[in-house]
Design a protein around this ligand. Structure first.
Ligand SMILES: [Fe+2]
Ligand SMILES: [Fe+2]
Length: 368
């Protein structure tokens, strides 16, 4: 083998690495650090449903990438230590990536708590991007029933009833949209008529709930103007989509709300006024759910039982375990406010009923 020479490769040195490469790594690290804030932005804009398991997974994944961005920034900043007074591109950006990568998960967490409404709406909700739209607090006393009494309740109860009132007021818009969609799709007049009656019920619920809250804390608070009420809904307009939405919003959530109100009324130890409001809501929401099944039956007449698979899929996407109540504990049930345990239990029971009803009579009308 003597005489053969192998040309030696020049060994790479850190100094030979082009500066543009370093800048790219620092920029990449910086992009990673923005991901938690981007996921918060998706929730705030309504593109991503903050109540969904997907939103939680996306945020956690974004935080992991942000921390990786911080690590990459640190490694890059050490690698780019200047020698012999040379100026190296990308080192300052790397330090920024380190700082932002650590801060971004914390900042996005607190921004989320401060600005995103994570509560699942009860009953039929007006949604955009899966997120329930609620009227902001205001002072329109036309929405506040004067109950001519003062109710003595523990702290937090009045605010929870006022939050419930906001959900009821938002349901008015949801039923207005429903009646418009039924009209657009050529539904029979009696279904459109019932959607309007349901909306009137929701106005009554909202007034009663705002009235209870005012009787409890004396504050003259109703809703403010609610511009989201006129936003067009962000899904296709066809019979199958209407049926899938109706299955979840009416047949499941309205029925679950009726079940919750019935249980709370039977457990209520507080003032009789609370029980009276719960009884009205329980009866009305059960009727709204029945109207939902009538709409489903009409949709199946028009589109055939082929849509049943889509209806089951819509129900299967409901994440019972992460359904959130108006309050995060179960201690206000005696005052007519459902906590997560009762709310999830009622959704789970109603979900099982709805799936059984769909499975039992696939070829028959599903209306009661
Ligand atoms: Fe209601
Ligand atoms: Fe309702």
């Amino acid at each position: 083998m003597g005489g053969m020479s192998v040309p030696s490769q020049p060994s790479p040195t850190p100094d030979s690495t082009p500066p543009t490469r370093h800048s790219f790594l620092a920029s990449f690290a910086l992009v990673l650090t923005t991901l938690p804030l981007a996921s918060w932005g998706l929730c705030v804009s309504g593109t991503l449903d903050p109540d969904s398991r997907a939103a939680g997974s996306i945020w956690i994944g974004a935080c992991v990438f942000s921390l990786l961005g911080a690590l990459l920034g640190l490694i890059n900043a050490i690698r780019l230590r200047p020698r012999n007074g040379e100026r190296i591109e990308g080192r300052g950006m790397s330090w920024w990536a380190l700082a932002l990568g650590l801060l971004s998960p914390v900042v996005s967490f607190f921004l989320g708590i401060a600005t995103v409404n994570f509560h699942m709406a009860h009953g039929r909700a007006l949604r955009r991007g899966g997120r329930a739209q609620l009227p902001p607090p205001g002072s329109d006393m036309g929405w506040v029933e004067d109950l001519r009494t003062r109710l003595d309740v523990p702290p937090g109860v009045a605010a929870a009833w006022r939050a419930q009132a906001g959900m009821e007021a938002a349901s008015v818009a949801a039923f207005a949209h429903l009646s418009n969609e039924l009209l657009a799709l050529g539904a029979p007049a009696h279904l459109i008529e019932k959607a309007h009656w349901d909306a009137l019920d929701e106005i009554r619920h909202a007034r009663l709930c705002y009235g209870l809250a005012t009787a409890m804390d004396g504050q003259a608070q109703g809703p403010a103007p609610f511009p989201a009420a006129v936003l067009t809904r962000d899904r296709r307009l066809d019979v199958a989509s209407l049926a899938a939405e109706c299955m979840v919003e009416s047949c499941l959530l309205e029925a679950a709300s009726a079940r919750v109100a019935g249980v709370l009324s039977s457990r209520s130890e507080g003032p009789a006024e609370i029980r009276a409001v719960l009884d009205i809501i329980a009866v009305d929401e059960a009727r709204h759910a029945a109207h939902g099944w009538e709409i489903i039956s009409w949709c199946r007449e028009v589109a055939g039982t082929a849509i049943d698979a889509e209806l089951r899929r819509a129900l299967s996407r409901v994440d019972v375990a992460s359904a959130q109540a108006a309050v995060e504990h179960d201690e206000l049930a005696a005052w007519g406010i459902a906590g997560p345990t009762l709310w999830r239990q009622c959704i789970a029971e109603t979900l099982a009923d709805a799936l059984a009803r769909l499975g039992e009579a696939p070829e028959h009308s599903l209306a009661a």
